[in-house]
Design a protein around this ligand. Structure first.
Ligand SMILES: [Fe+2]
Length: 347
């Protein structure tokens, strides 16, 4: 079997992340926070994107044996997500000007040295103190023809890690911003690639952000809050998170029962704004006119051919988007382990 030996420069962003502070005005923050309070409750991050544990592991990094026997409930943490905008559509009129934000567009064009950009997605993650998985991940890697709108994120990220589809990569950049007065709860990222030591943006941080290419850079959110505050009982993938204005608290609820409450000062908020970037008008046209798109069929053919050329025994799946054996073969073939700073730090 030919082992997968990625080049040293795989998963290295186009430019070093740029830290910016402040990012939003107080009024913008309040408008976003009001939507989060009013429109909840919000589902777990895991519930938004995954059907099996195998899909989660293929999306992040590392491997898990086929007979793991785990369900999403076993790995779902109390970290919740909602969307302000998707597919370039803003969902809340009072946030339109924040989503279609010319200052942010200028930032990401400058980051890429590109001529054009458009906002595509804006989401938030919200949580109180909790333990997190320590494995780094990529955000959904986007290719011409294979995108979050038509593809599960695990497949997008396997494609990213494989390095086989880089000619089809859609340029993207994000502005990620945090508000958290506690600690720890920072952001660990690998700007020099997975084989070099990571950098850390430490909490507390309030309205501090970073311009990044998170789909080509391993990163992770660190465990949040003091260890003694992190425990939670009764957490499920279907648990939800909402604001309770009767006592200004935030509650995690499972099947209608409150299993954990947090005080306002325990809340960590992350807002993720995402744009597509185009080097020039030729690239705008190539993406918009779909003149050079990948298809799912071609992606599966390429992956199967590449795995078999490495001696991996893998059957042609009949339903490749949901075939656990296929996902297992992919995750084991294209795993890229990042340097493991946490082995000493967290035990
Ligand atoms: Fe991420």
């Amino acid at each position: 079997m030919t082992t997968f030996a990625p080049p040293r420069n795989i998963l290295t962003p186009v430019a070093p992340p740029r830290i910016i502070e402040p990012v939003y005005s107080d009024a913008e923050y309040e408008r976003m926070f009001d939507v989060i309070k009013r429109e909840g409750p919000w589902g777990t991050i895991i519930s938004h994107h995954f059907e099996t544990v195998d899909e989660v592991i293929a999306t992040v990094s590392g491997v898990i044996p086929p007979d793991h026997g785990l369900t999403l409930d076993d790995i779902a943490g109390p970290h919740f997500r909602g969307f302000f905008a998707k597919n370039s559509v803003s969902f809340y009129p009072e946030l339109d000007d924040i989503f279609f934000n010319s200052r942010f567009l200028a930032e990401v064009k400058s980051y890429w040295k590109a001529e054009y950009a458009k906002p595509t997605l804006m989401l938030f993650n919200i949580c109180g103190p909790h333990n997190t998985g320590l494995a780094p991940h990529l955000d959904a890697v986007t290719f011409r023809g294979v995108r979050i709108e038509n593809t599960p994120v695990w497949l997008q990220n396997i494609m990213g890690k494989s390095g086989l589809f880089n000619d089809y990569l859609v340029k993207m950049a994000q502005i990620i911003t945090w508000w958290y007065r506690g600690e720890p709860g920072g952001f660990t990222y690998w700007p020099d690639g997975p084989f070099e030591p990571p950098h850390v943006l430490h909490a507390p941080m309030w309205n501090r952000g970073v311009v990044v290419q998170n789909e080509m850079m391993y990163h992770r959110g660190d465990p949040v809050g003091p260890p003694e505050d992190r425990a939670i009982e009764g957490m499920k993938c279907r648990s939800v998170f909402g604001y309770d204005d009767s006592d200004d608290s935030w509650a995690v609820t499972t099947d209608g029962e409150v299993i954990r409450r947090y005080r306002p000062e325990q809340i960590r908020l992350l807002v993720h704004w995402n744009a597509e970037v185009y080097a020039d008008m030729d690239e705008v046209k190539k993406v918009m006119d779909h003149t050079d798109d990948l298809t799912h069929e071609r992606v599966f053919d390429t992956l199967l051919t590449d795995m078999r050329s490495r001696g991996v025994k893998v059957a042609t799946p009949s339903d490749p988007l949901h075939d656990v054996e296929f996902i297992q073969a992919l995750m084991h073939t294209y795993d890229i382990q990042a340097t493991t700073d946490w082995l000493t730090e967290e035990g």
